[in-house]
Design a protein around this ligand. Structure first.
Ligand code: CIR
Length: 405
């Protein structure tokens, strides 16, 4: 199935992009956790088993699963010159400045990773200084920080495929990320959306080279015409202005309204989808902690530009207006504040809807999952002891590529 088609959060999911967590997780150390946006070091073997269970649950429900590493490998295997260009860019973006080390790393990758998939996985894993046969008498000071022996840092957040590039209708936003570590991830999107036969030509609504940051966890396709975007720790209002212009100016895009949800700026609620997801035609999960501070703005086209105004109404009323029917907000953790905070921390509100009323969730959030079932939602639980240590749930770990219209 070629191309991109995502005009809803809930219509039957047909194709999804995942990344199976790999050796990049083995390069997390206590002193790099904060910089690499993890709260603990997952046990890789179990994280992979859990992730395989996630992929299988999706396949069992008729979803085609494609992997980021395979798509990138297909692009690079087809064109040795493109592989060289990618490698040089990857070295550059890893912050390797000196010519001598650029060459050492270039040769190391080309000689040791002839197979395209091994090569791509290695770019995700990073390079430890001990792997390179360098003359130890030379200064490494410009290469190696005291805190780490990684010459090229790993990209451990790649299994959260939701964030670096996001499908909007028949187009894609290739995001400029909030953090240095995650901004490197978008290189895979640049190559897939510019060169992969299934994806090249997809309209691009944002560029990774823009100044302002925006991440896919903040982007929700409410319907064909309406997009919701969080203003959050990860997404700046300037980026939303920019993407609004680009979407409204694409004659092929039916989107005519963007709702900007201003949510608190903190790690527990880093993206809109950590506090709010749609799970049925008229139902949403919500973290009760955002209800007070939330403000919502409507952005519509006006002439060549945009018009923005704040909507002063309760969230249910706002959603009802755009969805066309009364909605129910289902609080994470039921009504219990401690359960809500605990389960939100482990992504209780971060559901992946695979058909109206059918969601994939982490099994650990049993209070929230019971509430969902009580509301007649079909709940598919996946194991989550290790995956959750990266602070993302099933929605964060998946990027829908095709949903039924
Ligand atoms: N959409 C999401 O909320 N994604 C979760 C991303 C977790 C990752 N450790 C991060 O901090 O970016």
């Amino acid at each position: 199935m070629a191309g991109v088609n995502v005009k809803s959060e809930i219509k039957p999911l047909k194709k999804v992009l995942l990344h199976r967590p790999g050796k990049e997780l083995l390069n997390l150390t206590p002193n790099t956790l904060e910089e690499l946006l993890f709260d603990d070091i997952p046990f890789l073997k179990v994280a992979q088993e859990e992730h395989d269970a996630f992929a299988q649950a999706l396949r069992d429900n008729g979803v085609e699963v494609v992997y980021l590493e395979d798509l990138t490998a297909e692009v690079l295997a087809a064109d040795p010159e493109l592989r060289e260009k990618f490698l040089l860019q990857w070295i550059d973006e890893a912050g390797i400045k000196t010519e001598r080390y650029r060459k050492i790393i270039f040769d190391y990758m080309q000689e040791n990773y002839p197979d395209a998939k091994d090569f791509v996985l290695k770019t995700m894993e990073g390079i430890n200084l001990t792997e390179l046969h360098t003359d130890k008498s030379n200064s490494l000071v410009d290469l190696v920080s005291e805190a780490s022996k990684m010459v090229v840092a790993p990209m451990p957040n790649l299994y959260f495929t939701r964030d670096p590039f996001a499908m909007i209708g028949n187009g894609v936003s290739i995001n400029r990320m909030y953090s240095v570590t995650r901004n490197r991830e978008t290189i895979y999107g640049e190559y897939i959306f510019n060169y992969h036969p299934d994806f090249k030509g997809t309209p691009q609504y944002y560029s990774r080279y823009n100044t302002f940051h925006i991440e896919g966890g903040d982007i929700l396709n409410i319907n064909e015409h309406v997009l919701a975007i969080g203003i959050s720790q990860r997404t700046e209002p300037d980026a939303i202005d920019g993407i609004a212009h680009n979407i409204f100016n694409d004659p092929t895009s039916p989107v005519d309204t963007i709702l900007a949800f201003n949510i608190p700026n903190n790690r527990a609620m880093m993206h809109l989808d950590t506090v709010f997801t749609q799970i049925d035609v008229d139902k949403f999960t919500i973290h009760p902690g955002i209800m007070g501070p939330l403000s919502v703005f409507e952005i519509t086209p006006e002439g060549d530009g945009i018009k923005v105004h704040e909507i002063n109404a309760p969230l249910e009323q706002i959603l009802e207006k755009y969805i066309g029917m009364p909605v129910t907000l289902i609080p994470c953790g039921g009504g219990d504040r401690i359960a809500a905070e605990r389960e939100q921390w482990n992504d209780g509100s971060n559901t992946l809807c695979i058909a109206p009323g059918r969601v994939v969730v982490y099994e650990r959030n049993d209070v929230t999952n019971a509430v969902l079932r009580k509301n007649n939602i079909d709940v598919i639980e996946i194991p989550s002891a290790e995956l959750s240590r990266g602070r993302g749930g099933p929605r964060c770990m998946s990027m829908p590529v095709v949903r039924e219209d």
